[in-house]
Design a protein around this ligand. Structure first.
Ligand code: ARG
Length: 459
C-alpha cells in the first residue's frame, strides 16, 4: 500500500516513479531507520498509542527485518519501494498485518529521514576517524623508520632549506589531527534528534523526545521542529570537513608523485600500488596517488552540490533534499578508500635517503644559515641577506657550493667571516640550528614523534 495513495485517483507515471524513488540508494539507511523506528514504537507505547503487546509485535517484526537486511545480501534487491521508509513499513505489514500501519503515527518521513541520516552519519564519522588514525599511524611509522633522512624543503617549488623527512611527514600528521577535530566538532552538531518533529509542526502526539534522544544515543533534541526537518547543514558541514581531509590527502599525493619521479627519486612506490602502461613497457605509474588527488575534486563537487541544493530552499521540507544522500554516501566512501589506500602507499614506500640528502646539499639551501652566521657576528639581518645574495651569485659563477669557497674568498666579502663559518654551513648544523619549538632540529623532531606516538596510543 502506497504511503500517500488516498488522495489520488490517477496512476503515477512509471518513469516519474523511478525518478522519485530513492530506494536504490537510501536502502543503505535501513539499519538506522529500524533503530529509530524501534525507539519511536516505544515512545508511542509510552503515550498509549500502542498497547504493550502491539509494541512487542512491532519490535519483533523490526528486529526480523533488520536481521534479514543484515544476513541476506539480496533481500532488498529488485524491490520497487519508493524509499527505505516505505520498504520497512511494507515488510512490517507483510509480517504482522495492519498493526504495522500504526507505527507511522505521530511521525513523518521528514523527521524520520533526518533522524536516519544523523544516526547513520555519526557512526560513519566514527569509522572515518579510525581511518584517519590509521593513516596517522602510517605517517608516524614512516617517520620513525627514517628518523635521520634529510630532504630539501621547498617553497615555490624551489629548493629552500633542508628539513628532516620525518619533520615533513609530521606536517601531514598535524593536518590530519585538525581534520579529526573538525570531524568531531561536526559530529556534535550531527548528534541531535529530529524525531518527534513530525512533518514540520511537531508531532501530533506528546512524544517524550528526551527519552527518544537518550534511547537513540543523541546528545539532545533539535529544538525547533521546522528547523529539524528542513536543514541539512550537518551534511554540508560534514562534506566540508571531508573536503579539507581530501585537500590534505591530495597534497601528500602530489608530493609523493613528484618525489617518485626520476627527476626527484627520493622515494619509490611499491608495485602493490602502482600500475604499468599498456604501451610503454618501462612505465611504473603512481595511479594510486593520482586517483586520491583526483577524488578530491569529486568530494569538493559534492560539497558544492549540497550548497547549491540547499540554497534558497523555502522552509520547511522539500524533495530537493533527497539529493543529499548520494552526495553524502559517495563522500563517505571516497574519503574512506582514499585514506586506506594512502595508508597502504605509505606502508610500502621505499625511501632513497642518500639521493634525498644529496638533493638537500645542492642548490644553496644553506644560504640562510650563512646569513644567520653573519647576524651572530653582529651584522643586521637585511645587510647579511644582501651580502649572502652576492656570495651566492659569486659561487654560482664559480660552480661551487658555499662550503667549497675558500676562507680568502669569504674574507673578500666580509671581515666578519672566519674559518668557523664552515661549521655553520654543514647540513647537520643547518638542521640543528632550527631548534625553536616546531622546527626541524633532530631534537625537536624526536620530541614531536614521541608526542605523536603518545597521542595515537591514547586515542
Ligand atoms: N526519500 C525522502 C528523502 O530522502 C524521504 C522523505 C520524504 N518526505 C516527503 N515529504 N516526501 O528526502
Amino acid at each position: 500500500m502506497k504511503l500517500w495513495g488516498g488522495r489520488f485517483s490517477g496512476e503515477t507515471d512509471e518513469e516519474f516513479a523511478r525518478f522519485n524513488s530513492s530506494f536504490a540508494f537510501d536502502r543503505r539507511l535501513i539499519q538506522a531507520d529500524i533503530q529509530a523506528s524501534r525507539a519511536h514504537a516505544e515512545a508511542l507505547a509510552a503515550v498509549g498509542v500502542l498497547k504493550p503487546h502491539e509494541l512487542e509485535r512491532i519490535d519483533e517484526a523490526l528486529i526480523a527485518i533488520s536481521r534479514r537486511a543484515r544476513t541476506e545480501p539480496d533481500y532488498m534487491d529488485g524491490q520497487s519501494a519508493e524509499d527505505v521508509h516505505s520498504f520497512v513499513e511494507a515488510e512490517m505489514v507483510a509480517f504482522i498485518g495492519d498493526l504495522g500501519y500504526k507505527l507511522h503515527t505521530g511521525r513523518s518521513r521528514n523527521d524520520q529521514v533526518a533522524t536516519d541520516l544523523r544516526i547513520f552519519l555519526r557512526d560513519e564519522i566514527d569509522s572515518l576517524l579510525k581511518a584517519v588514525k590509521i593513516l596517522q599511524l602510517s605517517l608516524v611509522s614512516l617517520a620513525d623508520a627514517n628518523q635521520s633522512c634529510v630532504i630539501p624543503g621547498y617553497t615555490h617549488m624551489q629548493r629552500a632549506q633542508p628539513i628532516l623527512f620525518p619533520h615533513y611527514l609530521l606536517a601531514y600528521y598535524e593536518m590530519l589531527r585538525r581534520d579529526c577535530g573538525r570531524l568531531i566538532d561536526a559530529r556534535g552538531r550531527v548528534n541531535r534528534l529530529p524525531l518527534g518533529s513530525g512533518a514540520l509542526a511537531g508531532s501530533g502526539f506528546a512524544l517524550d523526545r528526551a527519552m527518544l534522544a537518550e534511547r537513540l544515543g543523541f546528545d539532545g533534541v533539535c529544538e525547533n521542529s521546522v528547523d529539524a526537518v528542513s536543514d541539512r547543514d550537518f551534511v554540508i558541514e560534514f562534506i566540508g570537513a571531508a573536503s579539507i581531509v581530501m585537500v590534505h590527502l591530495s597534497r601528500l599525493a602530489e608530493d609523493f608523485i613528484m618525489y617518485s619521479t626520476a627527476e626527484f627519486a627520493f622515494i619509490e612506490l611499491s608495485d602493490a600500488v602502482s600500475t604499468g602502461s599498456s604501451l610503454m613497457p618501462q612505465k611504473k605509474n603512481p595511479d594510486s596517488l593520482e586517483l586520491i588527488r583526483g577524488k578530491a575534486g569529486r568530494v569538493f563537487g559534492h560539497h558544492a552540490a549540497m550548497l547549491a541544493v540547499m540554497k534558497g530552499l523555502p522552509l520547511a521540507y522539500n524533495k530537493d533534499m533527497q539529493e543529499d544522500k548520494e552526495a553524502l554516501f559517495d563522500t563517505i566512501d571516497t574519503v574512506t578508500i582514499s585514506l586506506r589506500v594512502l595508508a597502504t602507499v605509505l606502508g610500502n614506500v621505499k625511501v632513497n635517503a642518500a639521493r634525498a640528502r644529496e638533493a638537500a646539499a645542492v642548490g644553496y639551501l644553506n644560504a640562510t644559515d650563512l646569513a644567520d652566521y653573519l647576524v651572530r657576528r653582529g651584522l643586521e639581518f637585511r645587510h647579511a641577506h644582501d651580502l649572502v645574495g652576492r656570495v651566492v651569485t659569486y659561487a654560482i659563477g664559480k660552480e661551487k657550493k658555499l662550503e667549497e669557497l675558500s676562507p680568502d674568498e669569504y674574507r673578500s666579502f666580509s671581515e666578519l667571516i672566519s674559518e668557523d663559518v664552515y661549521d655553520s654551513l654543514a647540513l647537520e648544523s643547518s638542521l640543528s640550528a632550527k631548534s625553536a619549538d616546531g622546527g626541524t632540529s633532530p631534537d625537536r623532531v624526536r620530541e614531536a614523534l614521541i608526542r605523536a606516538k603518545l597521542e595515537l596510543a591514547m586515542a
